[in-house]
Design a binder for this molecule. Structure first.
Ligand code: FES
Ligand code: FE2
Length: 410
């Protein structure tokens, strides 16, 4: 069988140690990231290598990426990988490289129905499980054993309907790195949900600016008047995290049933939703590139792919229960239009920060207590910059949103 790829270690980021240590400061001493974090080509290369190729990365919803019996080549950092979904639904991933003389097996972006993978150069043919089936003339040669030349496996895992890969092969299982996140989301039953609408955006901002913007609503009164009509920007609670994620909740205003322009919910609530979640929305960031916004009636996700230090591609999806999507009069526009407008407002702000942070006058600034989630994000980024990978965020003692926490945890 195919073997795991070589395990690589994590090196510290190319930033001065004292700069990284500032990211780990707790409480009101927290500062925003230094300018290099948003514009340095060296740091960007390190992040792609260590954070986006060195650990678990979300690729999107499995059913959207490929159907059973399909193969697809996708870009991952500086490399491409080949996804293969067997007719039984099982997924495997491989380096998109032929074991003969290294020709790329499938062009990036191509998605094909196939029972085998044939190299376009000299026609070595592999089964969908990556084993070599035939190599013209060599298969008959003495001493040549097809078992010695499988495709190189890439670690892959499905979690609640999302597909993740870990091309370095390093570290814990995906389940272990996500800790209790599956439990937090359990009553939405994400595994059965269907991606009904997808928007692609390209934003002229570093991927971390988009994450930082996602984690706070300090900006909401300034740029999201429609959002503030249905959700108070200072509401909510932090959710203590034990995995590579962070986030919290925001409340719905008394007249609002969900996040939409009118606050009206045009589709039913999730069938088994925990009653405690009927009046709030969860905003969760799975490091480094998946945002999950869980509403009482739909999930919205953002999946980020950095394109350069100052550019990020974002796929935004709206997920609903399958029985809702199947209805003839299914109309998700109340959710999609609201968030499309909010997304665009956010992208304008993120692009403004990207331009400002590239200015020589930029210096890291202080955070407000409404931005306590950023302190957690910065602590996670800081630990990753030290070469430790993603570790659970600390509890932030000045976090005004923590409630019901044992004092010993603060
Ligand atoms: S490089 Fe693939 S068959 Fe030769
Ligand atoms: Fe926003």
């Amino acid at each position: 069988m195919a073997k795991w790829r070589k395990v690589t270690g994590m090196n510290p980021a190319p930033l001065p140690t004292e700069t990284i240590e500032k990211l780990l400061l707790s409480g009101g001493q927290s500062r925003t990231l230094p300018a290099d974090a948003y514009s340095s080509a060296d740091l960007y290369a390190w992040e792609k290598n260590m954070l986006f190729e060195g650990g678990w990365i979300c690729l999107g919803r499995l059913d959207e990426l490929l159907s059973p019996g399909q193969l697809r080549a996708i870009e991952l950092g500086a490399e491409t990988i080949l996804l293969s979904r067997q007719p039984t639904g099982q997924v495997a991933a491989f380096s998109n490289v032929c074991r003969h003389r290294g020709h790329e097996l499938l062009a990036v972006g191509k998605r094909v129905d196939a029972r085998q993978i044939r190299c376009p150069y000299h026609s070595w043919a592999y089964r969908v499980d990556g084993t070599l089936r035939t190599a013209p003339t060599l298969t008959q040669s003495p001493g040549f054993d097809v078992a010695d030349w499988p495709l190189q496996s890439v670690r892959v895992a499905e979690w609640l309907g999302w597909l993740f890969v870990n091309s370095s092969g390093d570290g814990d299982t995906l389940e272990a790195t996500l800790g209790s996140l599956g439990t937090v989301l359990a009553s939405y039953e994400p595994a059965r949900l269907v991606s009904a609408v997808k928007h692609d955006y390209e934003v002229a901002a570093n991927w971390k600016l988009i994450a930082e913007n996602y984690l706070e609503c300090y900006h909401c009164t300034t740029i999201h008047p429609a959002l503030c009509e249905v959700s108070p920007p200072s509401s909510g609670r932090s959710i203590p995290s034990d995995g590579m994620w962070c986030g919290g909740t925001m409340d719905l205003k008394p007249q609002a049933e969900t996040m939409s322009f009118s606050g009206e919910r045009r589709l039913p609530r999730f069938r088994n939703l925990d009653p405690g979640l009927e009046r709030e929305v969860l905003y969760l960031l799975v490091m480094p590139n998946l945002f999950i916004s869980a509403h009482p009636d739909y999930l919205m996700t953002h999946t980020l792919t950095p394109a350069s230090p100052g550019r990020t591609r974002i796929v935004c999806e709206w997920l609903f229960a399958p029985e809702v999507v199947e209805q003839d009069d299914f109309d998700p526009s109340y959710a999609v239009d609201f968030w499309d407008q909010t997304n665009q407002e956010d992208w304008v702000a993120c692009e403004g920060v990207q331009r400002g942070a590239s200015n020589r006058g930029f210096q890291p600034g202080p955070l407000s207590s409404w931005e306590s989630s950023l302190a957690k994000f910065h602590a996670m980024i800081g630990r990753a910059y030290l070469g430790e990978g993603f570790v659970p965020p600390p509890l932030v003692e000045w976090d005004p949103y923590i409630d019901g926490l044992d004092d010993t945890l603060r």
